[in-house]
Design a binder for this molecule. Structure first.
Ligand code: CO
Length: 510
């Protein structure tokens, strides 16, 4: 058994480890709206309630990363870096957390190490305290650069293993991966159950097993409610020694999102695993979200609250929406069930990858094509070829040898090394190509991650800044009132300021 040097970077970790108190990571500003609102919550919707959330005493808040970066520039016309800085100022007492997909950062393919290093450094400089990093294949080599970069700039780095169910993914897979990950010097370990497949009894034995290999390293559990099991699994995991769980405020909880924060706070109250969070403050926050969704007319999408079919097809909620969109384009949405039956077969041919971005898209797209073209593997998309050849990392089990042989016969070159080792450094090129519109390192990073979308975004911003008469969208009076109420209710906050467009609001205590 590897020995793990434990140097928690924050006081809260020491407290957690010395008591059985359970920490809560609130996902409302990231995973919850990614799961229920197609990642469309705007910064203006977050800011009025941020001070109130800051006062609640969460272990951390997941506010950035995942799909939020892409959604900001692609759909919302918002600068994701600006959002992070605004939230940092609004929530000075809460540790802010981001999700990165290992070497994929916030995109869908691997980036060179120099881009990874700069991106992580800039994220921490802009306000991120905790970096949760994972790889879709649990190929630990793909997490190494993000871990090292995070450690270099003093962040708390949370190594993450994605949870799935397959003939390959037994307890030993997780324990040996966790042991190796702990040796990378991570500050905590997270189990990411993106489709809600982790059953309560499996949660218990998993956490017990992990505890025996990672020593005192904090263990966090992230799950989704779609199958209806997540809150039960949390309870079992907590009793087995998990230190932190991920939840979302009730209007943005359940369904394909996380269990509700209020539920878990009440469940744990009066037990040895007390969270210490103020339920009244949580109710205020819940009321805020109920009201803004009603006013803005963008209520969370819940096709069904519980869908146990997820246990057979394993497709996370967000991915079903993607599949439906792909089918819709071909006027074939009535063929979803066929695709859901085809998907596990494709997954087996591909060596049982866990289904999470980007493998969920790779497997999903192939399944859609297999069904619509009436012949399996008639066409192999470029991403599928790269995947089979090893450019996303090592699949959990060997891929179908006929498919691999065909891709090689058609000119593909398989690799066994870490995929990013095949990439040239990318910074200088991104800098040169984005020069006409990029005005900062942050702009260049937006371009490096999403070149096409970034050009559109940066050009539009450029033309806006030349048009001095562009009207400023003022926050609604209700939003301002809520902001002031939140400030008054949080006596530990001395000073608050936020910026939206060309408007700045400053609140200070006298
Ligand atoms: Co999630």
């Amino acid at each position: 058994m590897a020995t793990v040097a434990l140097e928690p970077s924050f006081q809260a970790e020491r407290e957690l480890l010395s008591t059985s108190r359970v920490g809560i990571t609130d996902t409302t500003f990231r995973d919850a709206h990614q799961s229920l609102l197609a990642t469309r919550m705007t910064t203006a919707q977050m800011v009025p309630v941020a001070a109130r959330m800051n006062s609640i005493g969460f272990h951390s808040m997941e506010v950035w990363g995942g799909a939020t970066f892409d959604a900001c520039i692609r759909f919302l016309g918002e600068d994701p870096w600006e959002r992070l800085k605004v939230l940092r100022r609004a929530m000075p007492d809460t540790r802010l957390q981001m999700l990165v997909r290992g070497q994929n950062l916030l995109g869908y393919h691997h980036y060179p190490d120099d881009i990874v290093r700069r991106f992580i450094r800039r994220s921490v400089a802009s306000g991120i305290d905790i970096i949760r990093t994972f790889d879709a294949l649990n190929d630990l080599r793909n997490m190494r650069s993000t871990i090292d970069a995070g450690k270099e700039c003093g962040a708390h780095v949370q190594g993450t293993l994605v949870y799935t169910v397959s003939p390959i993914h037994d307890l030993e897979h997780y324990l040996s991966s966790a042991r190796e990950l702990a040796g990378f010097g991570i500050d905590s370990l997270c189990i990411k159950d993106m489709a809600g497949l982790l059953k309560p009894d499996a949660a218990r034995s998993l956490v017990q097993g992990l505890r025996s290999v990672v020593g005192a390293l904090p263990i966090q559990l992230h799950s989704h409610s779609l199958s209806g099991m997540a809150s039960m699994s949390y309870w079992e995991a907590i009793q087995a020694g998990a230190n932190v769980i991920d939840t979302a405020i009730s209007p943005l909880a359940f369904g394909s999102s996380q269990p509700a924060t209020e539920t878990m706070v009440v469940v744990l109250k009066g037990t040895p695993y007390e969270t210490g969070l103020d339920i009244d403050a949580l109710v205020d926050v819940a009321e805020y979200f109920e009201r803004i969704f009603r006013d803005a007319g963008n209520a969370p999408i819940r096709q069904t609250i519980i869908d146990t079919r997820v246990l057979s097809h394993q497709v996370p909620g967000g991915m079903i929406t993607n599949l439906l969109a792909q089918l819709d384009q071909q006027r074939a949405s009535h063929r979803l069930q066929e695709v859901l039956r085809e998907l596990p077969k494709v997954r087996a041919d591909f060596g049982y990858p866990p289904l999470v971005t980007p493998t969920s898209q790779i497997v999903g797209t192939q399944a859609v094509m297999n069904v619509l073209l009436g012949e399996r593997y008639k066409i192999l998309p470029e991403e599928v070829r790269s995947y089979l050849l090893g450019y996303y990392g090592r699949p959990p089990a060997p891929v179908c040898e006929h498919l691999l042989a065909r891709v090689i016969a058609e000119g593909g070159v398989p690799i066994t090394q870490r995929p990013a080792d095949t990439l040239e450094p990318g910074w200088d090129r991104a800098k040169a190509e984005s020069a006409p519109w990029a005005t900062s390192e942050e702009d260049i990073l937006i371009y490096a991650l999403f070149p096409k979308v970034a050009l559109n975004f940066l050009q539009q911003r450029h033309s806006k800044s030349e048009d001095k008469l562009t009207p400023v969208r003022l926050p609604g009076l209700q939003e301002v009132a809520h902001l002031v109420r939140g400030f008054v209710a949080a006596p530990n906050i001395e000073h608050f300021e936020c910026e939206s467009g060309k408007l700045k609001i400053r609140l200070s205590r006298t």
